[in-house]
Design a binder for this molecule. Structure first.
Ligand SMILES: Cc1cc2nc3c(=O)[nH]c(=O)nc-3n(C[C@H](O)[C@H](O)[C@H](O)COP(=O)(O)O)c2cc1C
Length: 161
């Protein structure tokens, strides 16, 4: 027997646990993003939804660059921190290992096993919606060697958060 659930309290689950990192004017930042999905096969594109009040929003809107980092369970503390504290108040990446992107001018979180370097192609903000949806071309994908087979990411081997 089914009953109505409250629409405003209902989301499609499970949502992915991603961390989006960005850079503007030499300042690095990252936030947790659950509104994330694949958006195109060829070329490969992804979508991330960012609320305009986030500190990261202007960075991504103005530069059109970001990295989607996929954390493992061993990154839970950092994930919670990046998803609750704002870059307005703290240098959130001060104690987190990063390297520069190869293609995109944004930091890669090296302790996350998979990272997608992305360039924004377009974005849409539904008039009454909460998030601006950024659709971005995947420029390069990094993966820890142990999770790769013939260049293909072996997702089932990663202890995803
Ligand atoms: C599980 C989880 C999922 C989240 N998903 C999103 C999201 O999809 N979009 C978004 O803008 N914020 C999302 N947030 C909130 C931001 O990560 C959070 O407000 C963060 O502190 C913003 O950082 P910033 O101000 O440095 O950009 C999520 C937080 C958590 C804990």
């Amino acid at each position: 027997m089914k009953k109505d659930a409250i629409i405003d309290k209902s989301r499609i689950e499970p949502k992915p646990n991603t961390i989006v990192s960005c850079r503007k004017d030499g300042k690095d930042n990252a936030l947790v993003v659950g509104f994330a999905s694949n958006a195109s096969l060829e070329p490969s594109m992804v979508m991330v939804g960012i609320v305009p009040t986030r500190y990261s929003y202007d960075m991504i809107k103005d530069t059109g660059k970001f990295v989607v980092n996929i954390p493992g369970k061993d990154f839970a503390d950092e994930f919670n921190y990046l998803g609750t504290v704002s870059g307005r108040d703290e240098d959130k990446l001060a104690d987190i290992n990063t390297v520069d992107g190869d293609i995109v001018d944004a930091p890669i979180l090296t302790d996350c096993p998979v990272n997608f370097e992305c360039t924004v192609v377009t974005s849409v903000k539904p008039e009454d919606g909460t998030h601006e949806l950024f659709i971005a071309k995947v420029e390069k994908v990094h993966c820890d060697e142990e999770y790769l087979e013939d260049g293909i990411i072996q997702w089932d081997r990663i202890d995803l958060l």
